[in-house]
Design a binder for this molecule. Structure first.
Ligand SMILES: [Zn+2]
Length: 280
């Protein structure tokens, strides 16, 4: 359904401008290119649609970040306040996957229903959860918090895809980065915005077939890239990568670190973006 009043924002709570290409992409040495800073932005997303407020992911926790050498520049609460959102009034929170930088602030949303994929939930709560080499990208306390939300019937699990309440947003599983990574899509006027989160961290993953360095199944991740590339090539779909500085460079900043994903700054031809993912 199309709804001209639908709002979609990327909210940037942290940034690592010195993140190198070789840190971001798997086997960057294979490309025979000089290693340069690609940067990494940390976002979560806000959708207002059909009278519902939906938050997609909630960033890493302020106390957890420093233990992983990650630093919040603006708290998620402050960013939501800039957008006039009281976290207590958020109806739904989509958790794209369980990595620590996506699920660290679920406590901010006491009245929300949470949504994630069954495959994701079962993987991180499963039989290998206590093996550090398996579980290092997630925080055990945060996994336990999600288990308590599940017991309280506040966490809904989808298999392949599902609706996010009555907001009009949908989630669909694109596995590979993790087993249950989901992408959130929402229709705006004449277009679909597809919040890829970590199914696509950078445009280069789908446009230049360069896999991100971290995955649970490389073949699945490449299959997901192929599907998402077909969507990215459509003029009526905007695929929004989860960590690419090109997003903050490419959309109108309505308040500091708050980017309106319904309003691209310039409709750049795709090959310009391809040539320069940092500044494109
Ligand atoms: Zn991730």
């Amino acid at each position: 359904m199309s709804d001209t009043s639908t709002e979609v924002y990327a909210l940037r709570y942290a940034t690592r401008p010195n993140c190198m290409t070789s840190e971001a992409f798997y086997r960057h040495d294979l490309y025979g290119e000089t290693d340069t800073p690609v940067g990494m932005d940390y976002f979560f997303w806000l959708i207002r649609s059909q009278g519902q407020t939906v938050v997609v992911d909630c960033g890493f926790n302020e106390n957890v970040g420093p233990t992983r050498n990650r630093w919040i520049s603006t708290t998620p609460s402050e960013l939501l306040s800039r957008m006039g959102v009281d976290p207590k009034a958020v109806d739904h929170v989509v958790l794209s996957h369980m990595h620590f930088d996506h699920v660290g602030n679920t406590h901010l949303f006491p009245n929300a229903t949470f949504h994630m994929s069954r495959a994701e939930y079962e993987y991180w709560t499963g039989r290998h959860r206590d093996v550090p080499a398996f579980s290092w990208p997630v925080e055990s306390d945060e996994v336990r918090l999600l288990e308590s939300l599940r017991r309280e019937e506040r966490l809904e699990l989808v298999d392949e895809s599902g609706e996010v309440g009555t907001s009009g947003a949908r989630i669909t599983r694109y596995a590979g980065h993790t087993p249950g990574q989901v992408v959130t899509d929402i229709d705006i006027d004449h277009k679909k915005v597809l919040l890829a989160a970590d199914a696509v961290h950078y445009y280069d993953e789908i446009r230049r077939k360069r896999p991100f360095y971290l995955f649970t199944d490389l073949e699945q991740m490449l299959d997901s890239y192929d599907s998402l590339r077909l969507l990215d090539e459509r003029p009526d779909v905007d695929v929004i990568p989860g960590h690419d500085p090109a997003v903050s460079a490419g959309y109108v900043e309505v308040d500091k670190d708050c980017f309106d994903l319904t309003t691209p700054l310039v409709a750049l031809p795709r090959d310009v973006v391809d040539a320069d993912p940092v500044n494109g």
